[in-house]
Ligand binder design. Structure first.
Ligand code: ADP
Ligand code: MG
Length: 372
């Protein structure tokens, strides 16, 4: 940070305190708090317009903060100019200098930092090796594919071993196959360097594939922060449940029963052992598609011992590794069920079924329909 050269390979810690950006009278980043450990890979995930880029731009020093604080390694940096924040940056459009060779592009930040020629040469070679572009130093950017250009941008961002690497949708312009491949490489580079990575995406799969932890953004606020598994298994709100992974939300009235919630859903009592127990509240029971088992409904009596709500099969799709079954619920909404292809898979459109699930797989959440 200011003054102190960082040991190569060491990541910096980051702390955002009540960080706020106001435009045209309204907050677009609204008093967010976030701590990122040195060397951690954290993704800011959220829909378009939720404040991810603005947050990253405040971290980078491109956009002044309206209020709140940014600390890097415990030092306030919100008044420090970008070039003294010890950051590397990669954006969606590669922004390489077209008139310079690949090597010159990667070397550029080292020249700016007045690093001597011999050291520059070694560092450029290392950075190109890291991104799998040995031997490309003399090429021009226009001679490279989109994926290769983005690797050059990555090499240029890490060549001076910054404590933090900021990436704003860096794979957004690439096709799916290339994106998957570069995701693996970004993970590898993160592990190799030990640099703290802050990555922005609106793509949940990308966030899950890359991150140690994910911060879910919604309307300028952080809804929840956690590992991908925590967010998938225990979302704290309907918004997170919907944004990360597929979910079925069963609405009803909830009351507390010991450590669980019992929710009246379509005239049936459903027990949910996950989520904060909700008393006398409008709630939803959130289920992931692979935790629901369909049972034929020939009588009014559901199978004993498990939660069950009635529905009618709408359609089923064979996906190879799973079968996706759409089931219409009594309120007209559709549940998504994922069944293993090892099962019988004999659900036909129109079939009456019970959707059965364990209380341990059911999460009770406050019903905040409309306010997202
Ligand atoms: P995201 O990256 O999550 O898509 P942004 O941070 O780019 O979201 O934008 C958040 C909100 O701030 C949006 O409503 C956007 O229109 C608004 N915004 C961003 N930059 C400006 C600006 N320079 N002036 C006014 N409003 C802005
Ligand atoms: Mg953005």
């Amino acid at each position: 940070m200011p003054g102190e050269p960082r040991t190569a390979g060491a990541g910096a810690s980051i702390e955002l305190r009540a960080l706020t950006k106001v435009y045209d009278g309204g907050p677009v980043v609204d008093a967010i708090d976030l701590r990122i450990a040195a060397g951690e890979f954290v993704t800011l995930l959220g829909p378009s317009g939720s404040g991810k880029t603005t947050t990253l731009n405040m971290l980078a020093g491109f956009v002044p903060v309206s209020s709140g604080e940014i600390l890097v390694d415990g030092q306030r940096v919100d008044d420090v100019p970008t070039h003294r924040r010890d950051l590397g940056m990669v954006f969606q459009n590669y922004a390489l200098f077209p008139h310079m060779s690949v090597g010159e592009n990667v070397e550029y930040p080292l020249r700016q930092r007045r690093i001597d020629r011999r050291a520059r040469h070694t560092m450029v070679a290392e950075a190109l090796g890291l991104v799998g572009l040995d031997g490309f130093a003399r090429r021009r950017p226009r001679e490279l594919s989109g994926g290769q250009q983005q690797r050059v941008a990555l090499a240029r961002a890490v060549v001076y071993r910054p404590g933090v690497l900021l990436m704003d949708e860096p794979l957004g312009a690439l096709d799916k196959k290339l994106r998957d491949q570069l995701q693996l490489e970004i993970r590898h580079i993160h592990a190799e360097l030990g640099t703290t990575f802050v990555f922005v995406t609106h793509d949940q799969d990308e966030a899950l594939a890359l991150s140690d932890r994910i911060a879910v953004f919604n309307h300028g606020r952080i809804e929840q922060v956690g590992t991908g598994e925590e967010l998938y298994e225990s979302p704290g709100s309907m918004f997170v449940a919907r944004f990360l992974g597929e979910s079925t939300l069963l609405p009803g009235r909830s009351r507390v029963d010991g450590p669980a919630s019992v929710v009246e859903v379509f005239g049936r009592r459903v027990r949910a052992e996950r989520g904060t127990p909700l008393d006398a509240a409008d709630a939803v029971v959130m289920l992931r598609p692979e935790r629901i088992t369909l049972v034929p409904r020939s009588t009014d009596d559901p199978p004993a011992g498990r939660n069950a709500v009635p529905g009618d099969v709408v359609d089923q799709v064979y996906l190879g590794n799973a079968r996706k079954v759409l089931v219409r619920l009594p309120d007209g909404s559709e549940a998504h069920v994922r069944e293993p292809t090892t099962g019988r898979g004999d659900a036909r459109p129109g079939d009456p079924v019970w959707l059965t699930f364990d209380a341990a797989d059911a999460t009770a959440l406050p019903n905040r329909n409309g306010s997202s």
